[in-house]
Design a protein around this ligand. Structure first.
Ligand SMILES: *Cc1c(COP(=O)(O)O)cnc(C)c1O
Length: 398
């Protein structure tokens, strides 16, 4: 039973997202089936033995694999043009497995300092507890990456664009540094989405996603994905996942599988809306700063032009007057809801300094560019004019 279709590689990405990975049961269903089962029965004791010896290609137990989960993995691998993919219960399970499975006590990890809060926690606090040293660098400074490399460096980890300041890291350049050091590069590609950035083509070894965000796209389920070579995914990472158990529920995998079919349509529309809102914000007198990957004014517009084919669906902007002004704006929004999720069909707004980045000291926040007046906006599928009207009313309160 094949989970990734070789013929699919010749088809366009949109087509792969609708068809790749599909495995039909004896009933020939049109839509992919939800196999809500913990285990499988065998025709004979001999077949059961063969399955345990990996000599028979079927399924055994849902912590290891499941037909619906395998369809999601096959579809995502085909979409990314990757050899293999594994799905996990959450984005954090994907990040943790991708990094932890590759290291042991005595190894060293280098990561960009502008990371999603929990990712930074894993690198900064968790790895050292197990004897894996870690160094955080300014990801935009290539000399800092080179300087941080040690003989025992095994993994480089970055996120680009970063949360919430949309800082960009030159992925191809960091991939070269990783290669020269004999280390692997893991890229968290959530903010760019798989549509607008292809880290594997830029030289990354593994790409991780929180499928919770744009891939579900409708705020329903948690999920994670790890994409890369067979050698990496089917080696230590698969062992880590099977033995430690962060398996995705088949139901959640089914939601993600069906969501992949509409991902290009949704992300294109969200990006189009985000461009309209960002243009409007940049022309408005109130915000003291607007950061958007589609604007020439982005400090790293040259790298964006090289490595991204779209602007992401997130906007960061700053209002004068710090936290009070930011709170007045958030509280005045009626259509755009206050939430720390992102990539959703519903536009969402959040104040990073008091939520996602609350645990950092004011100095670290300042270093990361997270000011008290900064606001993060995730643009959804509403009509852009309604979003602009909501923001216009809210900005009047600042
Ligand atoms: C949300 C997010 C994660 C974690 O994903 P979960 O599904 O919440 O576990 C990791 N990285 C980035 C950039 C995210 O936005």
């Amino acid at each position: 039973m094949s989970t990734s279709d070789n013929a699919a590689a010749k088809l366009h990405p949109e087509t792969r997202l609708v068809h790749a990975g599909t495995m039909r049961s004896q009933f020939g269903e049109t839509s992919e089936a939800l196999f809500l089962t913990q285990g499988h029965v065998y025709d004979s004791a001999e077949q059961c033995e063969a399955r345990f010896l990996n000599k028979d290609p079927g399924f055994q137990y849902a912590r290891f694999s499941n037909p619906t989960v395998a369809m999601l993995e096959g579809r995502m691998a085909a979409f990314e043009g990757a050899e293999a993919c594994r799905a996990t219960a959450t984005g954090m399970a994907a990040v943790t497995a991708a990094v932890m499975a590759q290291v042991r006590a005595g190894d060293h990890v280098v990561a960009a300092r502008a990371l999603f809060g929990s990712c930074r926690y894993v690198v900064e606090d968790h790895l050292p507890r197990y004897g894996v040293a870690s160094t955080l660098v300014d990801g935009t400074d290539l000399a800092a990456w080179r300087k941080a490399i040690r003989p025992n460096t095994k993994v480089l980890f970055l996120e680009s664009p970063s949360n919430p300041t949309l800082e960009i890291i030159d992925i191809a350049a960091v991939a070269e540094i990783a290669k020269a050091a004999g280390a692997t590069l893991v890229v968290d590609n959530v903010f760019a989405t798989p549509l607008f950035q292809r880290p594997l083509e830029l030289g990354a070894d593994l790409v991780v996603y929180s499928a919770t965000k744009h891939i579900d796209g409708q705020g329903r389920c948690l999920g994670g994905l790890i994409v890369g070579s067979k050698a990496l995914i089917e080696g230590d990472i698969q062992t880590f996942l099977r033995q430690t158990g962060p398996a995705i529920s088949p139901f959640n995998a089914w939601v993600m599988l069906k969501a992949l079919e509409t991902l290009p349509l949704r992300v294109a529309k969200q990006a189009e809306n985000a461009t309209k809102v960002a243009d409007w914000l940049a022309a408005h007198a109130k915000p003291s700063k607007v950061i958007f990957c589609g604007h020439d004014s982005h400090p790293q517009a040259a790298i964006i032009a090289r490595q991204m084919s779209g602007p992401s669906t997130l906007i960061a902007f700053e209002v004068p007057g710090g936290k009070d002004a930011a709170y007045r704006l958030l509280n005045a929004c009626k259509l755009i809801r206050i939430s720390n999720n992102l990539g959703d069909a519903k536009s969402l707004i959040v104040h990073p300094a008091t939520t996602t980045h609350q645990r950092f000291s004011p100095e670290v926040r300042a270093d990361m560019g997270v000011t008290d007046g900064m606001i993060r906006l995730s643009i959804g599928l509403e009509h852009a004019d309604d979003l602009i009207a909501d923001l216009e009313r809210a900005l009047a309160k600042v």
